[in-house]
Design a binder for this molecule. Structure first.
Ligand code: AMP
Ligand code: ZN
Length: 467
């Protein structure tokens, strides 16, 4: 195979766009902070996971091998009140913490499947890596970077001189602005928990050298990233709000334990905002991907919307923006459909395809310039320089990155479906992702009765409408 294409990425740590130089050339290792599984993931969370998915797809398209790890936080993401939201949800819903975690993990992955996000290579659960977290905590104690008080172990930030470098904060400023803390036994308000003593009656706890307890939130990502990707890996991603304290603390832990830099490139995705009251109203400001069909939108229109903004820019989710995304998506699908059914003999490296492809590659290689890449796809869809099969072949090639299922015929897109069918399709895709085949078969029959025939393909469900 030819050499993988070069790519430039913005690194939150250096605050520059730098060329990616993988630890092992041709093989890129990526860790993404995954969901805290005590509630449904909302479309904002999904925007951040889409950013990770696009990073992975871009690198693969450019010829890199990618190892992608995305964790599942099923313990320890403490809130400022000192509560673990998984335990709170278990209490409220009358389930065990494990049931809560399993239920919301399945729902999260089903939502990702609706957005054409293939699973990560490894989806490690925090609860299955307690031993690694304890070992890392012991190393930090041995190195004098942590201290134990009454069964709690804290990281001593004053012992890690570059603390604050990622988020651009100075320790003295952090200290001055600190609110009243529930962890009164810390030496310094900025110290953070590596291990916590279990309170009496706590449901989730593990034995440790410091007594029965549970891990702090940040230690899981240090432990699991190094476990699967090694002590030096290439890229770490997450939403912008994770920069501090989560990623700052992860750097202190991982570098503190190994004595050298662990992550080369830190990447952070900006937020999805939801100012449009009309869209937010019914769902109490939390919209799930699987709610979109009820609002008249196809989940992939949301994926399209995410492609229209650079990952480092805020993106506002509005009804108008979703309508525009739907028509943009249809335009590309129509161009693919017009190209007939084969086109396999089109040589993408020949003129005039090569020019379009070069512009697409240039866009995606430049810090994931997906808006420009999408514009290039539209240029292809509209140009007279290409034959219809050539346009089709190029767009399907671009779709390896875009992930928009462009082969889905435009006329079968959501608004052509009979009332209620889109919601059933979304539920069926979710059932399949959760491997609940009984429900998926029942939904297939319900859809057939409405005149919608469903086939399952590697790209997802394909529908044919019988009138
Ligand atoms: P959580 O499950 O709360 O740990 O959050 C999961 C991910 O979603 C994290 O990477 C957050 O940074 C990200 N996130 C939370 N809210 C938003 C939002 N409105 N837009 C984009 N990303 C978000
Ligand atoms: Zn994390």
């Amino acid at each position: 195979m030819s050499k993988p294409g070069p790519v430039r990425l913005y690194n939150s740590l250096t605050r520059r766009i730098d060329p990616l130089e993988p630890v092992t050339p041709g093989r890129v290792t990526i860790y993404t902070c995954g969901s805290t599984v005590y509630r449904y993931a909302h479309i904002g969370n999904l925007r951040t996971y889409l950013f990770g998915d696009l990073l992975r797809r871009v690198l693969e398209y450019l010829g890199h091998e990618v190892v992608y790890v995305k964790n599942i936080t099923d313990v320890g993401h403490m809130r400022e009140t000192g509560e673990d939201p998984i335990l709170t949800a278990a209490e409220v819903e009358g389930k065990s913490p494990r049931e809560i975690a399993e239920y919301y993990t399945a729902a999260w992955l089903a939502d990702e499947a609706l957005l054409n996000m293939p699973r990560a290579d490894v989806l490690p659960k925090a609860t299955e890596h307690i031993g690694e977290m304890i070992a890392l905590t012991e190393t930090l104690l041995e190195r004098g970077l942590a201290y134990e008080v009454n069964g709690n172990v804290y990281y001593d930030v004053s012992e890690f001189p570059s603390y604050g470098r990622l988020s651009g904060q100075r320790l003295d400023h952090l200290r001055a602005g600190h609110r009243v803390d529930v962890e009164a036994d810390k030496r310094d308000p900025e110290d953070f928990a590596l291990w916590k003593l279990a309170e009496p009656g706590r449901l989730m706890k593990w034995p440790s050298p410091w007594g029965d307890g549970f891990p702090g939130w940040h230690i899981e990502c240090s432990a699991m990233s190094m476990q699967y990707l090694g002590e030096r890996f290439d890229i770490h991603t997450g939403g912008i709000d994770l920069k501090f304290p989560h990623h700052e603390d992860e750097i202190a832990q991982s570098e503190g334990a190994t004595g050298h830099p662990v992550v080369s490139t830190w990447m952070h995705g900006e937020f999805l905002t939801l100012a449009d009251a009309k869209m937010a109203k019914s769902a109490g400001n939390v919209i799930r991907v699987s709610d979109l069909p009820d609002k008249g939108f196809e989940p992939l229109a949301f994926r399209y919307l995410a492609l229209t903004a650079h990952y480092r820019s805020k993106l506002d989710f509005t009804e108008d923006a979703m309508h525009a995304a739907t028509s943009g998506l249809r335009r590309l699908r129509r161009a693919v459909a017009e190209g007939g059914t084969d086109g396999a003999d089109v040589d993408l490296a020949a003129d005039p395809m090569a020019g379009h492809r070069a512009r697409f590659v240039e866009a995606i290689s430049d810090d994931l310039g997906l808006p420009a890449a999408l514009a290039e796809a539209h240029a292809v869809a509209g140009t007279e320089d290409l034959t219809l099969p050539q346009r089709r072949a190029l767009l399907l090639d671009f779709d390896r990155v875009l992930g928009l299922s462009l082969e889905t015929p435009a006329e079968e897109a959501i608004s052509e479906l009979p009332d209620g069918a889109a919601a059933l399709l979304a539920r069926r895709a979710a059932a399949r992702a959760a491997r609940d085949f009984a429900t998926s078969d029942a939904l297939r029959e319900e859809l057939a009765a409405m005149g919608v025939e469903v086939r399952d393909t590697p790209e997802g469900q394909v529908t044919t409408i019988r009138r």
